[in-house]
Design a protein around this ligand. Sequence first.
Ligand code: XMP
Length: 319
Amino acid sequence: DWNMADIADEFIKEVRELVGPEGQVIGAVSGGVDSSVAAVLLQKAIGDRFHAVLVDNGLLRKNEAVEVVSRLKEKLGINLHCVDAKDRFLTLLDGCTDPESKRKIIGKTFIHVFQEEAERIGKVDFLLQGTLYPDVIESISYKGPSATIKSHHNVGGLPDTMHLKLIEPLRELFKDEVRSLGMALGMDEFSVWRHPFPGPGLAIRCLAPLSEENLSMAREADAIMIEELNRANVYRDIGQAFAVLLPVKSVGVMGDCRTYEKVCAIRCVQTTDYMTADWYHMPYEVLGRISNRIINEVRGINRVTYDISSKPPATIEWE
Ligand code: XMP
């Protein structure tokens, strides 16, 4: 509507003033709502002086890198470079099972790759972050014990030696306002209503020792589930949905043969703020279709379970 369009213009003006006529900005995009809206805003404000970086860490969802490039670069004209760092991440993560080690390796490697990219671009003055108001509040007030249970990282932790000034155009907005801003900036509904996806990606949804093969099972199962949720028109009723590959084998039967293969758990939650969540009461028919398809189409999985834990005491992710 016209009101949001005015607000979008106001945001664009503010970014221009802050960055100045020569300033160069770098920012990581993940395909998520926040970083995408921030990127579109910067593109509208300063064009190609904004350099978006997508790090393909090999832990993204099926076809994700290609689709993000298509949406952000081809459709929206963002100066985006996708760095293929799959081998680098997967080599370092090979065989890893400890959740915190995974996060540390992924966080550190991300920073290295991002920094190299900044050096390749040359003179950069600002670092764009898609921080929202709730993130600001959380980082001020949140010192709970789970800070040590899970280290939630995003881009934070870039070395001071980069001398970058921070630009956080969304830091006064709530999620629903970011979505409206995205729409006013010309983004499609699909992009602004996507479920959040964690930085460490499929690595924390694959509880079996990390390997290309295990990650690929988690990725295929995830893709099938999301496809069926969309087909059943329930994607928007759910806050987050994903498949978890368990490090457990169970006996099954296929034709005349006995199988001994992995178990996959699927998790769908409803939540307003991701601090608490309830399991989604999924229609049985949809559950049945997801289970059948995963077992029939993903080699190596012969059993599917549905996670009916609430947060708290469980968390949304399994790791
Ligand atoms: P939990 O599992 O703590 O998750 O209930 C709450 C929300 O945070 C996301 N999450 C992460 N996001 N890096 C991220 O960028 C992380 O390490 C991470 N761990 C959890 C999770 O997907 C959910 O939306």
